[in-house]
Structures are given as C-alpha cells and as structure tokens.
Design a protein around this ligand. Structure first.
Ligand code: NDP
Length: 328
C-alpha cells in the first residue's frame, strides 16, 4: 500500500482526500519506471486540481501532483536503474496520468531528468515546476537577445515562479524590478535580489498601446492587462517571456510594441518542453541558484497539509514554494 492524494469525481461529486492505495493499482498505470517519491510540491496547477477550480484533471480517479524529486525503485527502462535520483515535471502527471503527491509514482522513463549531483530531492521539489519554469523563462530571454545590464521586470514576484525568476536574474547580473501585490514582502524580494519593488496595481489595469520604454526583458506570470502593459513598456527589441495566468487568461493588447519596437513575446510551456531544454534548465538551476535561496523561498508541509494549503495558492497568499514531504 502507499499513501496518495486522490482526486475523485463521480455521482457523489468531487472529492480530494488522502488515501491508502494498493500497489496493484499503481502497477496497472502505464510507464516503465517506478519512482519512490521523497518530496513533491504544491504548484498553482496542483491547487487548481485539488480545489477542482479549473478542469486540470481529465481522467478519474486521479492521483494529484505534477512534480517530484525522488529515487528510482524499479525500472524496465534501459536509461534508469534503482537508486538513480530523478526529477519529474509535467508531461500530464496529475492531469491525465497518476501524479506525484504520493509515496510512489510510475511513469515512462523518458519523462524523467537526472538530478544534478548538487541538488537534493528536497531542493528539486523546492524548486519544483515553478522554479524550472522560471529557468525556462530566463533561458528564453537569453535565447531571444536579452543582454546583460538591462532592467528586467518580474510580475507575481512573491509567488513560486516569480521568486525563482527574481533570484536567477539577480544572480546573472540583471537589475531586477519585482512587481507584487504584497508590499509587505518587499524585504523578502530584496533578499532574493530585487533592486526595486513596484506595486502590482500600477500595471494591472488597462493601459496605452505604447508606453515609456523601460524593460530589456520581462518574466510574466500574470497575463491579461499586466502582460499587455509589460509589452507596451518594453524597450526596442526587448523580449517578454509569458508563462502564466495568475491574473487572467486574456491578453487585451495591441500589436504596436511588436511592429513599432520589434518587441518579442515568447510563450513558455514547461509541461511538454523537450528533454534537451529540461536537462539544460536543471543543470543551469544547479549552477545559478544558491542553496540558501532555495531554503529561503521554501516551506515544508506534509501530504495532508497539501490539501489544506491548496486554496491559499489560488488566493495568492502563499509566499515562494511549498515542499511536500510525502513520507509524513
Ligand atoms: P503562485 O501562486 O506561487 O504565484 C502567483 C503570483 O501571482 C502570486 O503570488 C501573486 O504574486 C500573483 N497574483 C496572484 N493573483 C493575482 C492577480 N489576480 N493579479 C495579479 N497578480 C496575481 O503560482 P506560480 O508562481 O507557481 O505560478 C504562476 C503562474 O504561472 C500560474 O498561472 C501558473 O499556472 C503558471 N505556470 C505556468 C507554467 C507553464 O508551463 N507555462 C508552469 C508553472 C506555472 P504577488 O503577490 O507577488 O503579486
């Protein structure tokens, strides 16, 4: 038997609960590697699934959890052997395939990334899909021409993606401006490396198509008017990485920044991201994110607490990252 957060939807309605599941049920899942999960995490998408606020889960019953750090228990995949330390992010785990808010998960070996030696399974979970997405955003900014020394805006800065993006960009030498709706987190954001904090409300309402040029790059997790304003304030040939919808899914913008300033808007997806970029992202995280920063942004909770804390993520009251020790 193993413990897992099970999401069920039937005639009795929707339920999210901590359950003991039979190993035979896990064996019946597709995949060729069984991972002993050590730490999972609570991401924005996990919160949507656990609260059933959005149709994240597309197969029932579902074990929640889009990511984890763990150790291979059994493998029928030539790339993996028992004892290998791995990280899992996305690919539909916790959505269409049993996920990792559980003591064990079974996945195709091709979904796994080998953990760099310097990152523990706990640190991998503390970084999580949010931190790995932040790294993908940084890689995209670099790939599309962000040059050192410019000012970079990070929105939703006190959240998971935002916290890691602030820390990474600061370490890489950029002047990071953090947008937050929680001014009380200013000390936290300065400690991560933000040089300036701006109030979320200054960029979250409708704005002009072209505004004063400021940002060499942007990491946006909010979407909607915030993303439109970020594009309108981006410097000539600057680059904007859009990865989230914490504000809303819409994008009420004009084409002016793109056709008059050559601004580049790059979409970032972590779920189906090719393995080469995943591997690079985790190697870069090992190099560019200080262990002390990982500690500073993370709070550890138990599997049962993951159920209780999910609504707070959607309310935007959770700071940084929640790490779930699935063994307690
Ligand atoms: P968090 O909940 O940790 O952080 C989101 C932050 O956004 C909050 O902390 C808050 O920051 C800000 N925020 C929340 N609500 C609003 C609002 N109504 N208007 C403006 N800002 C708001 O989530 P994550 O960092 O884990 O994820 C952020 C977004 O990125 C989510 O939409 C998630 O779905 C998406 N995502 C996308 C991925 C991809 O593959 N493309 C992968 C991972 C995440 P503050 O208080 O500082 O303002």
């Amino acid at each position: 038997m193993f413990r897992a957060i099970l999401l069920e939807q039937d005639d009795a309605g929707f339920r999210a609960s901590l359950k003991e599941l039979d190993d035979a049920a896990l064996e019946a899942q597709s995949g060729d590697v069984v991972v002993g999960v050590e730490y999972s995490t609570l991401n924005y998408k996990d919160a949507l699934a656990i609260t059933n606020r959005s149709p994240v889960v597309r197969k029932w019953p579902m074990v929640a959890g889009i990511d984890c750090g763990g150790v291979v228990l059994t493998s029928a995949n030539a790339s993996w052997k028992p004892g290998d330390r791995v990280v899992l992010n996305g690919w539909g785990a916790g959505e269409v395939h049993w996920g990792a808010l559980a003591e064990r998960t079974k996945v195709p070996g091709e979904w796994l990334v080998r953990l760099p030696d310097s990152i523990s399974t706990r640190q991998a979970a503390a970084i999580g899909t949010a931190g790995y997405t932040a790294m993908l955003c940084v890689m995209m900014l670099e790939r599309h021409g962000l040059t050192a020394g410019g000012e970079v805006l990070v929105t939703g800065a006190a959240g998971g993606v935002g916290s890691v993006a602030v820390a990474l960009l600061a370490k890489l030498g950029y002047r990071v401006v953090a947008s937050t709706g929680r001014p009380q987190e200013a000390d936290y954001l300065h400690a991560l490396g933000a040089t300036e904090i701006i109030e979320r409300a200054t960029i979250s309402g409708p704005g002009r198509a072209l505004q004063k040029e400021r940002w060499a790059g942007v990491v946006d997790v909010v979407g909607s008017h915030t993303l439109a304003n970020a594009c309108a304030q981006t410097r000539y040939r600057g680059v904007v990485a859009a990865c989230g919808l914490a504000g809303a899914l819409d994008f009420p913008a004009s084409v002016a920044p793109f056709i008059l300033r050559g601004v580049k808007l790059i979409g970032v997806d972590s779920v189906m991201c090719p393995i080469e970029d995943r591997t690079t992202a985790w190697q870069r995280l090992a190099r560019d994110l200080d262990p002390a920063t990982i500690e500073r942004i993370s709070e550890e909770i138990s599997l049962a607490e993951a159920l209780e804390r999910a609504p707070g993520i959607l309310e935007g009251t959770v700071r940084g990252r929640l790490v779930v020790d699935v063994r307690r």
